[in-house]
Write a protein that binds this ligand. Structure first.
Ligand SMILES: Cc1cc2nc3c(=O)[nH]c(=O)nc-3n(C[C@H](O)[C@H](O)[C@H](O)COP(=O)(O)OP(=O)(O)OC[C@H]3O[C@@H](n4cnc5c(N)ncnc54)[C@H](O)[C@@H]3O)c2cc1C
Length: 417
């Protein structure tokens, strides 16, 4: 059997490993002490802590669902929930907000109706960036009151500089007549991937990682610091110790040129270094009891952009009955002193428990990113070095899209074997 090394034991690396292990001898290398990457969780004072996000699962791709559910007992091990999200705009407004105009004040309702009627009468050109998209889809009032402040907080970016391709599949796409219909009929939106979602009854997304790690040959605490290709034997050497026929890299592409001993990527080094990204500070808190799943925070008087009520995803996530735990997200680094100042302004009276800063959480594309990654892949794949994953491909993947990408890659590799 040919030997494959997989660098990274997140959802992408483990998906690839399961798919290949019947055709190849597969070994994973993970620099951390446990599997999961971004989906890792810890237990802090009896509360389940998603160190990044509050990972819930669903997919529109049938092959992803079929693959995923082979590892789990859906009924016994998961709960299925309907998203109950709100945007807090002085008071909770149902989410997506365009379906809940009837909960807003009269002036806003009238302004939004006029905006939408104007938009329906004027035939507009195709939007070229995120700001144009939001204005043309929802009108100026909703843009100014919700979409602009919320998105500027999370992306810390001029929204005219955000290309639409990067947000493909993640954008709300209601037609104007659907917005009116949904408001009149008080319909909830069902088209987005997480409008219903699965969540493990125990141990959050760490449960997914631990189950997927079963049956795999994983070297934990073994970061790959050097990767070299012998051009005579066409074999890859990892950390100057172990030899493989092929390598799958699911880590962060920014670090690939520095671990790669060969000069294959030298001409792209500068472009790789320039790839843009954001980190996240996730603050674990106890908050007022409520029954929301996500609370979006467009209010610009504080920096956090959302509260993820992880304690509502599974009651077992809370230290005890009568307590609700949640994570509050800030884009990029924020100091402990600032966290305490900020928490005083955030609704639902959050009480601090713990916090973590993760440097790489959101890969940000510009109009050149996909072309760059595809050129790099072409070079590396000729040498049997494959890239898959959120930061390996610099794609804004959810878990299901990361699984989907690994399924697509391994389908080709298995058929070539
Ligand atoms: C705030 C936030 C909320 C999210 N919420 C959701 C959600 O609710 N639902 C959902 O489906 N998705 C969600 N996602 C997306 C999800 O986290 C990702 O799609 C998924 O975890 C990506 O997995 P990955 O394996 O591609 O990358 P990663 O999870 O980053 O895994 C890469 C792994 O490689 C390891 N590694 C890197 N370099 C090396 C090296 N040199 N040697 C050895 N190991 C190395 C890392 O330690 C890591 O374990 C969210 C993401 C964020 C940031």
């Amino acid at each position: 059997m040919k030997k494959i090394a997989i660098i990274g034991c997140g959802i992408s690396g483990m998906t690839a490993a399961h798919r290949l292990k019947n055709h190849y001898e597969v070994e994973l290398f993970e620099k951390d002490s446990k599997p999961g990457g971004l989906i890792k969780c810890d237990l802090v004072d009896g509360n389940l802590y998603h160190m990044v996000g509050g990972h819930v699962f669903n997919s529109k791709r049938q092959d992803v669902l079929d693959w995923f559910w082979k590892f789990f007992d859906r009924e016994a091990e998961f709960t299925l929930s309907t998203r109950n999200a709100v945007a807090f705009m002085g008071k909770p407004i149902g989410y997506p907000i365009e379906n809940h105009l009837y909960q807003m004040n009269d002036i806003t309702i009238n302004n939004v109706i006029n905006d939408l009627l104007d938009l329906s009468l004027n035939k507009n050109d195709e939007p070229k960036n995120f700001e144009e998209f939001l204005k043309k889809k929802f009108g100026n009032t909703l843009y100014e009151e919700y979409f602009k402040p919320y998105n500027e907080k999370i992306w810390k970016k001029d929204l005219t500089k955000v290309p639409l391709s990067w947000l493909e599949g993640k954008l709300p796409m209601p037609k104007i007549e659907e917005i009116f219909y949904n408001n009149i009929k008080k319909e909830k939106e069902t088209k987005m991937v997480h409008s219903t979602f699965f969540y493990p009854k125990n141990n959050g997304s760490q449960f997914l990682a631990d189950r997927l790690a079963e049956g795999l040959h994983i070297n934990l605490n073994e970061g790959v610091e050097s990767l070299s290709r012998n051009s005579d034997t066409n074999k890859w050497m990892i950390n100057s110790q172990k030899e493989f026929d092929m390598v799958i890299f699911s880590g962060n592409i920014k670090f690939l040129p520095s671990i790669l001993e060969n000069d294959f990527l030298d001409e792209y080094q500068e472009s790789i270094e320039a790839l843009d990204f954001h980190g996240t500070t996730s603050v674990l808190c106890e908050i007022d009891i409520n029954d929301y799943s996500w609370i979006y925070l467009p209010d610009i008087s504080f920096d956090a952009h959302r509260i993820i009520c992880t304690g509502n995803f599974s009651k077992k996530n809370n230290s005890k009955e009568g307590i609700l735990s949640a994570t509050i997200e800030f884009t990029d680094f924020i100091s402990i002193e600032d966290i305490h100042q900020q928490l005083k302004k955030i609704p639902f009276t959050p009480k601090y428990i713990d916090h973590r800063y993760t440097k790489y959480t959101y890969p940000i594309q510009d109009t050149t990113t996909r072309e760059l990654i595809s050129k790099i892949k072409k070079i590396t794949e000729e040498k049997e070095l494959y890239l898959t994953g959120r930061f390996a491909e610099w794609e804004y993947y959810n878990m299901d899209a990361a699984i989907g990408a690994a399924l697509d890659l391994t389908r080709t590799m298995n058929s070539e074997n």
